[in-house]
Write a protein that binds this ligand. Structure first.
Ligand code: PMP
Length: 445
């Protein structure tokens, strides 16, 4: 592709354009540096290209407007937290009702919405019993604790270069502790075994001694680019877990994009636990984990495990009425079966648009789709493992593409090259991306 020097020139031009377009964001960033670590409310927000983040003024549906008055089509959608679109009206109405009408954002008492959401998640994912958290990270952390408690086994198995939130056990790669792991409490190789995604032999070998409590896996990796399972891999994983009486936890936080019941329903999977978060309450914080009947019984039969007070599973605001009111409205009226069908069609259009550009321009890249989500990979064939996907990473090229798109009103996820459709996304939004992506590729060529 582009020579490094020409890429650097093109990037410098985009940086100048960014600076010219965003004086107010720059001003707010300079101010925030006085009171916020790295000048941002959460350090990962420093990831945005351009030297500082764009400050948002408002966000509705699939659009964000910044403090300098620019409007963006948002394919980042809060890295899935806003997959329902920004401020979906039914969710907003439910939140208003909860806060202003019924009253009570957080109580020590359940509300009817909790049972409704449990029933709906059971219908979608096929697991009958649910508990709530505030983040997907916590849902995963508690799923791991419960898995260790019921099996009495010490280890967790994860896939190389996975991401499941800031869960200590998951910060390990086939090479050892994950580079950049911030202050790990213990060496994670003492808690965790790691296999490459799609390597069933490795999974079988690592489960053979029956010391692994659970496998924690996304049905398709989404945080190191998208890596889809090869035919038979997930079935083999389930069978290996069954043979060794290892629990299988499916983290559907991102793969929910595959359909109304995530990959679990779309592909007929049967995990023992599903964890999820981010999107199911329309942007209001929530996490959830669902367990099978059998596992639910084992959890309730645990002796000496403090599930009520200070035993390590639970959070004061978990299961709060506000989250659950928002989740009920979002699942009932926003992220519906029909909405998923439309989002997937839009993503088909997105993928076809990108493929058209790659074909026309003769660029040997590929794009992988998972329902409403798509991801560009800088190789003619999509990666088959986390390591393969990581090897395709190209920081300068990604930064250029992100900035070029942003400068022309298109946001994609700042981490790698992911785009997500919401129920509010339109064909015109998708076509704007296609046109702008084509322009970017032509500049590179
Ligand atoms: N699971 C997966 C698959 C994720 O991608 C993420 C976050 N990107 C999480 C869990 C954690 O979500 P949160 O940061 O909202 O806790």
């Amino acid at each position: 592709m582009a020579l490094p020097s020409s890429l650097a020139d093109a990037h410098a031009e985009e940086l100048a354009r960014f600076a010219e377009l965003h004086p107010r964001s720059h001003e707010l960033f300079e101010r925030a540096r006085g009171s916020l670590v790295s000048g941002v409310p959460m350090t990962w927000m420093a990831k945005w290209v351009g030297g500082h983040p764009v400050y948002a003024a408002s966000a509705h549906g699939a659009r964000v407007t910044d403090v300098d008055g620019h409007e963006y089509v948002d394919f980042a959608l809060g890295d899935t937290g806003a997959m329902a679109g920004h401020s979906p009206p039914p969710t907003v109405a439910a939140v208003r009702r909860r806060l202003e009408g019924d009253g009570g954002a957080t109580l020590m008492l359940p509300t009817e919405d909790a049972a409704w959401v449990g029933e709906e998640l059971a219908r979608r994912f096929g697991l009958p019993l649910w508990s709530f958290a505030l983040t997907a990270t916590d849902a995963n952390r508690w799923a791991l604790r419960l898995s260790r408690a019921v099996t009495g086994r010490p280890y967790v198995l994860v896939f190389n270069l996975c991401y499941h939130g800031s869960v200590d056990e998951t910060f390990v790669t086939t090479e050892g502790s994950r580079p950049g792991n911030v202050g790990p409490p213990v060496d994670p190789t003492t808690t965790t075994r790691v296999a490459e995604f799609n390597d069933l032999d490795a999974v079988e070998r690592l489960l053979a001694d029956e010391q692994v409590a659970c496998v924690l896996a996304e049905p398709a990796l989404t945080n190191i680019g998208i890596v889809l399972p090869e035919p038979g891999f997930l079935e083999g994983l389930r069978a290996a877990c069954d043979r060794t009486r290892t629990l299988l936890v499916a983290d559907e936080t991102h793969t929910f994009s595959a359909g109304p019941g995530g990959c679990t329903r779309a592909w007929g999977l049967s995990p023992d636990v599903v964890t999820i978060g981010k999107s199911i309450a329309g942007g209001i914080p929530i996490g959830a984990y669902g367990v099978s009947e059998a596992l639910g019984a084992r959890i309730e039969a645990l002796e000496g495990a403090d599930l009520i007070d200070v035993g390590g599973v639970g959070g004061t605001l978990a299961g709060n009425p506000l989250s659950l009111a928002a989740a009920r409205a979002t699942l009932d009226e926003v992220l519906t079966d029909d909405a998923f069908a439309r989002m997937t069609e839009l993503c088909d259009r997105f993928v076809a648009g990108v493929r058209g550009v790659l074909d026309t321009e003769g660029v040997p890249w590929s794009i992988v789709q998972l329902g409403a989500r798509a991801e560009l990979a800088f190789a003619p064939d999509p990666p088959r493992s986390g390591a393969e996907s990581a090897a395709l990473h190209d920081g300068p090229l990604e930064d250029f593409l992100h900035l070029f798109l942003l400068n022309r009103g298109v946001l994609i996820t700042p981490f790698h090259n992911m785009a997500l459709m919401s129920p509010a996304t339109t064909e015109a939004d998708v076509d704007l991306h296609t046109r702008t992506f084509a322009e970017a590729v032509r500049v590179l060529r």
